[in-house]
Ligand binder design. Structure first.
Ligand SMILES: [Zn+2]
Length: 456
């Protein structure tokens, strides 16, 4: 009995993590990346890119297959190509190597020291996004060691300026200046992760699409005058009326391919009283969608485009009628809603021609990635074989990743990691960022198998 049990335990262990030498390599690269300060304002990504390049060269990758460069000398990117037979178009594996700033005094330890403690790896970037960056490089080196011959090239891009540089560097820069380096059939990136609750794995999220951002300025101009002789036609009142009508308004509730699949999966996983409504929302029931949206700001934001006032300005003196009143309105738009639709809807809602609605965004629409069955099936199969009972849940995220640049240039992008985080204790961008030690190694094994399956 004991013997059978230990054999079983050994084989489970063998399935969920890679052999020790591979784990060690991933660990060492991860540590090296974390300990290089690549904070968006104070650090540099070029040393991270160079460290990765050195690892790759030591493993036999040729100079011709490694690119180092970027828009800004200290904020470099790395692109490396692993050659397949060329039967199919390449796959792109993306991770960003810049991190959000971290101050020593805000943390319980040095954020730029890689510390293993109580079953976790601590350090800025352990979750966002250096685990994936390290694993992409470690696994690529392992494929080479094995002599793995994929049907397509496997390209890894480690990029800068995801955390605030916005366009002009990183993925955007590569697309505009070296598109041939990252030209691919589809990409894998951050954006989806495993959700754990009270120590139990719940779901492995596959990010298929994301909302995009539009910023509007509501602006009212008026000739003003002396405040001792007020008139009805007041810039602040025009603006306030428009904002009040906006606050009473909700964009239509609807689902798309991705969010319908999400609600359908959530209806099976939700322990609360919303099981039935979630299932009905997935099939498009308006009443159910209303109840689901009312129950949670996150579900509400999943079901509709949202626009909310975030900043105000107006008036120039306490004893003068205002000549200007303005508000910034931040919209998070469903991929299927066009900017023109959002603008014309806002104009109708405001319903006052004194209030100009100006689109302040230069960014156009970010399309959803089509739900590729090969990606969805591979993630589902590997997830359920590594973690029986854990569901694969397609998601649309409310925030934004670099995947938007790829999607808008016609390269579908999927967020998936296989790293699990406590959904009630997400520390990305925050204090004492960490990733479970076992979860790091399981993510390594998950991505190892996933990329092999998608490129064979
Ligand atoms: Zn990130």
């Amino acid at each position: 009995m004991f013997l059978i049990f230990s054999l079983w335990a050994a084989s489970v262990n063998a399935q969920t993590t890679r052999p020790d030498a591979e784990k060690q390599l991933a660990h060492d690269i991860y540590k090296e990346f974390i300990e290089i300060q690549s904070g968006f304002t104070t650090g540099a990504t070029t040393p991270v890119a160079e460290a990765a390049a050195a690892r790759l060269k030591a493993a036999g990758f040729s100079d011709a297959d490694i690119f180092l460069g970027g828009a800004i000398p200290k904020k470099g990117n790395l692109v490396v190509r692993y050659h397949g037979t060329g039967a199919r178009k390449p796959i792109l594996l993306l991770a960003h190597i810049d991190v959000v700033e971290a101050k020593r005094e805000d943390w319980n330890m040095d954020p730029f020291q890689f510390i293993e403690k109580d079953g976790y790896f601590y350090g800025r970037g352990t979750g966002d996004d250096k685990a994936q960056a390290a694993v992409w490089i470690a696994n690529l080196i392992q494929y080479k060691k094995e002599g793995f011959k994929p049907d397509r090239d496997i390209i890894v891009a480690l990029t800068a300026d995801e955390e605030g540089g916005g366009p002009y560097n990183g993925v955007d820069w590569l697309l505009k200046n070296h598109r041939e380096l990252i030209e691919s059939e589809f990409a894998l990136n951050e954006g989806g992760w495993g959700e754990e609750s009270k120590g139990k794995k719940i779901s492995n999220d596959l990010q298929v699409s994301e909302k995009y951002v539009l910023n509007f300025r509501f602006e009212v101009h008026n000739k003003g005058g002396h405040s001792s002789m007020p008139v009805h036609d007041n810039a602040i009142y025009h603006l306030a009326g428009g904002l009040q009508r906006l606050s009473d308004f909700g964009f239509p509730l609807k689902t798309n391919e991705v969010t319908a699949a999400y609600f359908s999966q959530m209806s099976k996983l939700d322990p609360g009283p919303f099981k039935e409504d979630l299932a009905k929302a997935a099939t498009g029931s308006q009443e159910a969608m209303e109840r689901v949206a009312a129950a949670s700001p996150a579900w509400n934001a999943t079901l509709r485009t949202t626009c909310v006032a975030t900043m105000l300005e107006g008036g120039h003196a306490i004893n003068a009628l205002p000549q200007l009143a303005a508000a910034m309105v931040n919209c998070r738009v469903l991929p299927e809603d066009a900017p023109e639709y959002v603008q014309s809807t806002l104009e109708k809602v405001v319903a006052d021609d004194q209030v100009a609605v100006k689109n302040m965004s230069n960014f156009s629409k970010g399309p959803a990635s089509p739900m590729r069955p090969d990606v969805l099936n591979a993630v589902t199969d590997i997830t359920s074989s590594m973690w029986p009972g854990v569901a694969t849940v397609p998601i649309m995220v409310m925030g934004a990743t670099d995947g938007r640049y790829l999607r808008s240039e016609g390269i579908p992008c999927y967020g998936v990691q296989g790293f699990f985080f406590d959904r009630d204790d997400i520390r990305f961008h925050g204090r004492d960022e960490r990733l479970g030690v076992q979860s790091f190694y399981e993510g390594q094994a998950f991505l190892y198998t996933l990329v092999k399956r998608l490129s064979k």
